[in-house]
Design a protein around this ligand. Structure first.
Ligand SMILES: C[S@@+](CC[C@H](N)C(=O)[O-])C[C@H]1O[C@@H](n2cnc3c(N)ncnc32)[C@H](O)[C@@H]1O
Length: 205
């Protein structure tokens, strides 16, 4: 990986380690109903990238076997505390989505919720998602994106450095475009919160 990505990765990882203690209290972006709706599309061998403090774990439907990865040990420690809420088997592993150690075409479903706002090289991370997902599998992304509204989009650009510095998250990512750049094909996009929170159901083929 390019050295500047490595530096950025360390910086963002440190920010999440720092915010892990109060992340659940602070995070209000996705409500539980949206998480449940997104995860209703998951099946089989599931990879959740950027599993964070494990807020999705309780919503996986029966029949899923979940592997959750995150590069922040602080966030993963919190996720371990939620394992008892899951109705399905869950494994948690420290790993960077930009450079995963899984074989090609390992998973039936890959899930990410509010992750590609933080990944330093989102296209590289999404290319890795495509690589480890089976060709007939499904990619489920619930991500906040830059607003299409001219004024709100510009405001997000102005405020982005503050958000990036404080919590490690970019508020102006163009994630649908990044998904397409990684050769993942959106099959369905559902808009929430005035189009800034998108549920993207996509195919790696
Ligand atoms: C905004 S939090 C979202 C956590 C969780 N998905 C949720 O919905 O609450 C973003 C998470 O992505 C993780 N993350 C960011 N970049 C990553 C990377 N390159 N590899 C693995 N995890 C990453 C962060 O450590 C953090 O836990």
């Amino acid at each position: 990986m390019a050295p500047y990505v490595d530096d950025k990765t360390e910086i963002i990882k440190r920010r999440y380690n720092r915010t892990a203690r109060f992340y659940d209290w602070m995070d209000r972006m996705i409500n539980p109903r949206m998480r449940k709706e997104a995860l209703s599309y998951a099946n089989g061998k599931v990879l959740e990238v950027g599993v964070g403090t494990g807020k999705n774990l309780e919503f996986y439907p029966e029949g899923c076997q979940v592997t959750g990865i995150d590069f922040s040990p602080g966030m993963l420690a919190k996720a371990h505390q939620k394992l008892h809420l899951a109705k399905v088997p869950v494994d948690l592993i420290e790993m960077d989505v930009q450079n995963m150690s899984f074989e090609d075409e390992t998973f039936d479903t890959v899930v990410a919720t509010c992750v590609f706002c933080s990944v330093p090289d989102p296209v590289k991370g999404l290319q890795e998602v495509r690589r480890v997902c089976k060709p007939q599998g499904r990619v489920i992304l619930l991500e906040h994106v830059r607003s299409e509204n001219v004024i709100l989009g510009a405001l997000m650009d102005i405020l982005n450095p503050m958000s990036l510095y404080m919590v490690g998250s970019n508020i102006n990512r163009r994630t649908v475009e990044n998904v397409q750049k990684a050769q993942i094909k959106p099959v369905e996009i559902q808009d929430n919160l005035g189009k800034i929170l998108k549920l993207i159901i996509a195919s790696p083929e």
